[in-house]
Ligand binder design. Structure first.
Ligand code: NDP
Length: 478
């Protein structure tokens, strides 16, 4: 078993102030793979103090100096890429093919996206009225990340903090701490000054809240549940911190009758099941125009039945387990709610798939004839569970799509480009994917309504970590 009990504070690996061990489990085997320490508010104090001290010098570094550090980090990440993929497979249960092609890849893509954006960013600008506008690092940043796309969230927060000249304290999810510790090793090797990046493991209630409330933390960037996002916002309010939130979703996927049905329905089912359904932007509500509803249901049933679960260490396109027994319990409860509310079960259902009694595996599940008031249409399931429902008109599809507390992503399938843009413009969501168009690195990621605020990635992601200062001078600036 790996011994990973140290935290990374002020450029060094240090023991926690109070010993408090936690075993990290492999979700496919339920066996411990590592032991970490759960920190306390005192460990957070130590890390924040290091970040505050480091900010004085690091905030004065030039963009060129920071670009050189980020390029170094990129080359180290690429060298240790396979280790990152294997680590995520081990602690999250993402199948190795998916870890390699998607989970680890985001660490490269986002870093490159931020490097490109930083090269285009103007830290000093003369406004049309002759005043000078300075962009300055926001300060000490508290970063709290979840387990579902662990290095994705870490890269989307740590990189813009360091790129803009801020310093940070990261508290990753204790369910997937190992990729974060590996990232800390990379940041260390890249030569970022001591105290610019710090990592403390621990839980949300103690360490997360200590960060959010801390007087010397200037900004909180959080990804996770809406519940915890609200808690972070409340805790941060006392000290009037900037707070950016990337929260849950219940993303609608509208299939019009003129869509390439076979391709788009099959693709939509697989996208919903990707990462065992543990993605905030997963297309979990499939809205199908009634004239092609039965055909779409037949395609979804076939594709759903073909989806398999399997050992994450094996190459392939199968689905892995959920991350934890807590998550397993949540997903089971929602599948049971779907059955109890009278949705038509097409594929899967409650219980574990045959032959997978060990591990947090669930059956890929599809419900049809769902209506938008059911629990499975309103709550974020965060498992491989798809809800299909019919609609008649474009107007009705937009109304159902927008009838949710969330507003992260939305999906539109149609062969009419004018309709695609028209519908996209009316959906209250931060990202709209048309006919399977993928999210590209460097574009803003984030949501409307209770899916959060702020945007991650590329130029918008840098802006979130910057303060804006106006310099007024008697004469007009050159
Ligand atoms: P949480 O929101 O509880 O966890 C995410 C992160 O927030 C973890 O690091 C967690 O630490 C921390 N955290 C929890 N409570 C607080 C708090 N009061 N103050 C500061 N930090 C806190 O998500 P769960 O893991 O419990 O998952 C629950 C549901 O949330 C999922 O089923 C899914 O619907 C949604 N979710 C959405 C994600 C997204 O990408 N938007 C990511 C993960 C979950 P700790 O683990 O110690 O509690």
């Amino acid at each position: 078993m790996l011994d990973k009990r140290k935290f990374y504070i002020n450029g060094e690996w240090v023991a926690p102030l109070v010993a408090n061990d936690l075993e990290v489990l492999n979700p496919a085997t339920e066996k411990p793979i590592a032991v970490i320490s759960m920190g306390t508010a005192a460990d957070i104090d130590r890390a924040v103090a290091a970040a505050k001290t480091a900010f004085a010098g690091y905030s004065q570094t030039s963009v060129e100096e920071r670009l050189a550090l980020l390029e170094k980090l990129l080359s180290i990440y690429k060298r240790r890429y396979d280790e990152m993929a294997q680590t995520i497979t081990m602690e999250l249960g993402a199948p190795i093919t998916m870890s390699t092609e998607q989970q680890a890849d985001v660490g490269v893509g986002h870093l490159q996206g931020f490097i490109d954006a930083l090269k285009r960013l103007h830290m000093r600008q003369v406004l049309p009225n002759g005043d000078v506008l300075l962009r300055e690092p926001v300060g000490v940043c508290g970063l709290i990340t979840p387990w579902n796309w662990p290095i994705n969230q870490i890269a989307l927060k740590v990189v813009p903090a360091l790129a803009t000249g801020s310093t940070c304290v990261l508290k990753p999810s204790e369910f997937t701490p190992l990729n974060a510790l590996l990232y800390a090793e990379m940041v260390h090797e890249a030569g970022f000054p001591a105290g610019t990046f710090n990592l403390v493991n621990g839980d949300g209630i103690e360490c997360g809240a200590a960060l959010s409330k801390h007087r010397d933390v200037d900004m909180m960037s959080f990804t996770g549940s809406t519940r915890a996002g609200i808690a972070v916002s409340k805790d941060a309010a006392e000290t009037v911190k900037r707070v950016t939130l990337e929260l849950g979703g219940k993303s609608p996927n509208i299939v019009f009758e003129d869509a390439d049905l076979e391709d788009r329905v099959a693709g939509s089912v697989l996208e919903c099941f990707n990462n065992s359904g543990q993605s905030c932007d997963a297309p979990t509500r499939l809205l199908v125009q009634r004239s092609v509803y039965n055909q779409a249901v037949a395609i979804a049933t076939r594709v759903g039945k073909e989806a398999t679960v399997g050992d994450p260490t094996q190459e392939g396109s199968h689905i892995g387990p959920l991350v934890s027994h807590i998550q397993f319990g949540r997903v089971q409860a929602l599948i049971e709610a779907g059955v109890a509310e009278g949705a038509k079960l097409l594929v899967g259902g409650p219980g574990k798939p045959e032959g997978f009694e060990t591990g947090y595996f669930v059956k890929p599940t599809i419900f049809a004839d769902v209506n938008n008031t059911m629990k499975i249409a309103r709550d974020e399931v965060f498992g491989p569970v798809l809800a299909i429902m019919p609609f008649d008109t474009e107007e009705e599809a937009i109304a159902i799509a927008n009838d949710t507390n969330y507003g992260l992503a939305a999906y539109v399938q149609t062969s009419d480009p004018k309709r695609a843009e028209r519908v996209a413009s009316r959906l209250r969501a931060g990202m709209v994917h048309i006919n399977g168009g993928p999210h590209r690195y460097g574009s803003p990621f984030g949501g409307y309504k209770q899916s959060g605020n702020g945007r991650e990635g590329g130029m918008f992601g840098l802006e979130d970590f910057l303060e804006v200062k106006t310099v007024h001078r008697p004469e007009v600036a050159a």
